[in-house]
Design a protein around this ligand. Structure first.
Ligand SMILES: Cc1cc2nc3c(=O)[nH]c(=O)nc-3n(C[C@H](O)[C@H](O)[C@H](O)COP(=O)(O)OP(=O)(O)OC[C@H]3O[C@@H](n4cnc5c(N)ncnc54)[C@H](O)[C@@H]3O)c2cc1C
Length: 597
């Protein structure tokens, strides 16, 4: 049997697998990616790319391309709840509530203050081909669609996968030092016997991807998501959620749309396309609509977390490691962020710069984040029931009672005004989902690859919306605009690209010497960047001096993934020796130059 040798075998060519191949290639590491289908998935699936993901794409040089083809900022500034798009009944075409979201309108200033990247909205069925095209330009990313991993074994030195080339029916063997299971949990995790803890099937969902001209029914182009709630269909999850899918327009003229419907797991109607189209027309109150159904997808809402992310030389990532409800849009974002966390660690070990122990920090860092994300997505999913209650819907009550609740809500009476006020107060709690700024960029890592500096984290944002910028070890380096000559540069632009970065004050000579010593001891490159008066980068706003938590003599060591690994509030010889120890500890222990994985 033919044998391919590769440093990393990647199983799955969707969001997680493709970004793993891209990030590894950028770091000079070859990978062999196998995807069982001939193309990327035609299912719309996820669409929201949060600011952290876009920062990662900015580092990769992809953010600009994505902004150029995805939803314009003005078309993703809000979300809304409506009774229907059409119809002339007394309760039809009513706006229940509209909320600023994803950094739009009232949120813009805060989101722009905290990141050089705005969030984006680009359906996964369009993002994956874009990632595939980009990955295809990277010679080290060896991409093999229509190739399926059939079985695998591992030993002390590597992983052996048996792959079927479905185009010709031939099997071949891939011998890799490491394997990333980005297979959505379909094969590798179950074969390893890794338990998935949590709720396996909360609801069944049907996603209906259709083409239709809805332009005559929509008069507000600022919304990215529309919920339809009416007394006949029950609450949020009994009704439907609609998103514009483009591809040319992401406003009322969107050519394609998706509608998610929830079904009870035992309801056979979910598998019957003929029953879903009438349901769609009925929900929107557009009886004459002739939607062209492009695709229907059945999927289940889960909240499950892999008990282990690592089994020897195999790592679970993306949906293989965690699957959550779509609320807050953390599925694809977490998958890409897993890949980003794992790639630099694998690269450092494969290059002989780090010990194997660094790879343990992948689970130690990403699993708690996934656990938090699952809980968050579950909570924000359930909170739609709070909105239903705010509207006055009583689950299981006769339709007439719920219809009366809607009538009262929209009535021009004192009670109507009180009910609308109650709803506006209740619905604000859904900022947990649509304004989840801290949940998206404020997460932090605690692991052996982070050296604590004795400071406490900022108080948690209980609703996940208030992000506090800190340069504390474990946190993502905060974004501050600096200047270099006439150029505006984000602190985030100074880090990454597979290198450690030491951010210091303007008098950098001693730190340069210390960084040189640390780099020799570990064989890992450290860029030293001086910020302040007279240095290459100036802090004209003073924001960096305010956030960094050091004086002008102190230093911050930023890991290749943009998270702070170590910080010293001030300088001096002990601090500079501390850098050598910190780097060695982050890289998995005391190292000898050229240590091989
Ligand atoms: C219908 C649907 C709607 C969704 N909506 C949302 C949403 O609105 N928001 C959100 O955040 N998330 C949503 N999600 C979840 C989101 O799409 C996932 O979190 C994301 O796709 C995870 O990416 P991944 O690459 O880890 O896994 P996947 O996208 O599942 O990709 C895994 C890939 O591995 C391949 N594969 C599996 N086994 C093998 C094998 N043995 N050999 C080779 N290849 C293999 C599969 O074919 C697949 O292409 C949705 C998911 C679905 C299914």
């Amino acid at each position: 049997m033919k044998t391919i040798e590769t440093p990393v075998l990647i199983v799955g060519g969707a969001g997680c697998g493709l970004t793993s191949a891209i990030f590894l290639a950028r770091l000079g590491i070859e990978s062999w990616l196998v995807e069982r289908y001939p193309t990327t998935s035609p299912a719309p699936k996820a669409h929201y790319l949060n600011q952290r993901t876009m920062e990662i794409f900015r580092e990769e040089g992809l953010a600009h391309t994505i902004y150029g083809v995805s939803t314009p900022a003005e078309n993703m500034a809000r979300v809304g709840w409506y009774t229907s798009l059409g119809g002339n009944g007394e309760l039809d075409r009513k706006t229940i509530h509209v909320m600023d979201a994803f950094g739009g309108n009232s949120l813009k200033e805060t989101y722009e203050r905290d990141s050089p990247c705005r969030a984006a909205n680009y359906p996964q069925l369009r993002l994956e081909p874009l990632l595939l095209e980009h990955a295809s330009t990277l010679p080290l990313a060896k991409l093999h669609y229509n190739h399926e991993l059939q079985s695998f074994t591992q030993d002390q030195d590597g992983v052996t996968g048996i792959v079927l080339d479905r185009s010709n029916g031939e099997t071949y063997q891939v011998r890799a030092r490491y394997m990333i299971a980005a297979d959505g949990g379909r094969m590798v995790g179950p074969a390893l016997g890794i338990a998935m803890d949590g709720i396996d099937r909360l609801f069944d969902m049907v996603t209906c991807h259709f083409a239709a001209d809805l332009s005559h029914t929509i008069d507000d182009d600022s919304l990215m998501i529309r919920w339809f709630i009416n007394p006949e269909k029950g609450g949020s999850w009994g009704s439907g959620v609609m998103v514009a899918l483009g591809p040319k327009h992401y406003d009322r003229h969107s050519e394609e749309w998706l509608l998610h419907f929830a079904f009870q797991p035992d309801d056979p109607a979910q598998f019957d396309e003929a029953s879903v189209v009438p349901r769609l027309k009925d929900l929107l109150r557009l009886p004459k609509l002739q939607p062209k159904i492009i695709r229907m997808n059945n999927w289940k809402v889960q909240g499950v977390l892999a008990r282990n992310y690592r089994a020897g030389r195999i790592f679970l990532a993306g949906d293989a490691a965690h699957r959550h409800p779509p609320t807050t849009g953390l599925g694809l974002n977490s998958a890409i962020q897993d890949a980003h966390n794992l790639a630099w660690k694998l690269a450092a070990v494969l290059r002989g710069q780090a010990a194997d122990a660094l790879l343990d920090s992948y689970e130690a860092e990403r699993r708690p984040v996934a656990s938090r994300n699952i809980n968050w997505a579950m909570l924000t999913f359930q909170n739609h029931l709070v909105i239903d209650a705010g509207i006055g819907l009583i689950p299981g009550a006769p339709v007439e009672i719920n219809r009366e609740a809607f009538r009262l809500l929209f009535s021009d009476t004192a009670e109507g005004a009180t009910r609308r006020q109650r709803l506006s107060e209740v619905i604000k709690t859904q900022r947990m989902e649509f304004q989840a700024h801290d949940t998206e960029i404020g997460f932090r890592y605690d692991s052996a690859a982070v050296i604590p500096d004795g400071t406490e984290p900022p108080p948690p944002s209980l609703m996940g919306d208030v992000y506090t910028a800190v340069a504390r070890p474990g946190h993502r380096l905060p974004h501050v605009w600096l200047t270099q000559g006439d150029r505006r540069v984000s602190t985030l632009d100074l880090v990454g690209h597979g290198r450690f970065t030491l951010l210091v004050g303007p008098h950098d000579a001693e730190w340069r010497e210390a960084a040189g010593g640390a780099a020799v001891a570990s064989n890992a490159a450290i860029d030293v960047i001086a910020i302040g008066d007279g240095a290459d980068y100036r802090d004209a706003s003073g924001d960096w001096a305010r956030l960094r938590g050091t004086d002008d003599q102190g230093a911050i060591l930023v890991r290749p993934d943009g998270h702070v690994g170590w910080r010293t509030p001030t300088g001096g010889q002990a601090a500079q020796r501390g850098l050598v120890d910190a780097l060695a500890a982050i890289l998995g222990g005391k190292l000898k130059v050229g240590l091989a994985a």
